[in-house]
Design a binder for this molecule. Structure first.
Ligand code: L34
Length: 293
């Protein structure tokens, strides 16, 4: 079993980005600038956005954090997005999800200029991704692809079972892995809450992408010997002995599953840090205008 060190790989890629930013600065080019919009005070969202802002600092990007209370109206939030769309210094921005219930996420996503949509959530980017055109790839799936590529994990002809069909992970990673490409050419099965016999599906998987959002959902009896397991879950499980009062747990029962795997990602330190780094990669592309010219 080999552990896929998402944290370490994220650092390696950030160092590569930092070097490129140094080059850009030397020639007087534009410094990449990412903005993040954070609504409300959900502790997990605050932690993720903090990691994004810190990572910008680390690679030499400019960053702007726009924070508003959960009482903000949809109209006010759309106005903020329009200002970011119009701000020439900002290359890309994200609106951290989830949003308060009274705000319609679709309306918000649609308000973002696709050229600045470094989350890749706008239908223009999602559609381009599905068609294999240049696009901002959603950060979590893009981070997973980076891990598979940099660890030289063969995907061509492999059977990949995706557990979960969310718009930001399950659905896009299923499309990306089934497409032609260096990382791709998988035979993909998408499973979800209505799947009749989940275990029968996961047992056939060479690669499992676990993105359900339930701690220890994938157990050892569901995993074939030698499988590659990518754990996207980041569940906060109460633990009085932990410093913060909780522990982060993946969707995979790591202790029991890991010995069966050829490769597995840990939580924390797996997909999470790679999500942040993939966002930086998209922001660099945005500042170089390499997707939309
Ligand atoms: N708009 N909303 C938008 N874009 C995204 O790409 C996200 N996502 C998901 C939630 N909402 C979003 C994130 O940023 C999940 N996510 C994310 C980002 C970073 C981390 C986890 C999820 C992360 O840094 N995880 C660390 C531990 C962080 C902690 O201590 O809580 C890890 O090692 O897994």
């Amino acid at each position: 079993m080999e552990l896929i060190d998402g944290k370490g790989l994220a650092e390696t890629i950030k160092n590569e980005i930092a070097e490129e930013v140094t080059q850009i600065k030397t020639v007087g080019g534009k410094i990449p600038h990412l903005a993040a919009v954070l609504i409300g005070d959900d502790p997990a969202s605050q932690a993720y956005v903090r990691n994004k802002v810190r990572s910008c600092e680390k690679v030499g990007f400019k960053s702007t954090l726009v924070r508003r209370p959960a009482t903000i109206t949809e109209t006010e939030l759309v106005r903020i997005i329009e200002d970011l769309n119009d701000d020439d210094d900002i290359d890309g921005f994200i609106v951290q999800l989830p949003l308060p219930k009274h705000i319609n996420e679709e309306n918000i996503t649609l308000a973002i200029d696709p050229r600045k949509d470094v989350d890749g959530f706008h239908p223009a980017n999602f559609g381009r991704m599905a068609l294999g055109l240049p696009a901002y790839l959603p950060a979590t799936p893009f981070g997973i692809i980076q891990m598979l590529e940099r660890y030289d994990i063969e995907t061509s002809g492999k059977h990949c079972v995706v557990v979960g069909r969310s718009n930001i992970v399950g659905t896009p990673i299923a499309i990306m892995l089934s497409r032609k490409g260096k990382v791709g050419n998988c035979t993909v099965t998408v499973t979800h809450s209505r799947t009749k016999d989940l275990k029968a599906e996961t047992l056939r998987a060479d690669i499992i992408i676990a993105a359900i959002g339930r701690a220890k959902f994938i157990t050892a009896d569901m995993v074939k010997d030698g499988a590659v397991v990518i754990d996207v879950g980041i569940n906060r499980v109460d633990d009085v002995k932990a410093r913060r009062g909780y522990r982060l747990k993946g969707d995979v029962d790591f202790k029991k599953v890991a010995p069966k795997c050829s490769y597995i990602t840990p939580v924390p330190g797996g997909v999470g840090p790679m999500t942040v780094t993939a966002l930086l990669m998209n922001t660099l592309k945005a500042s170089k205008k390499s997707i939309y010219g």
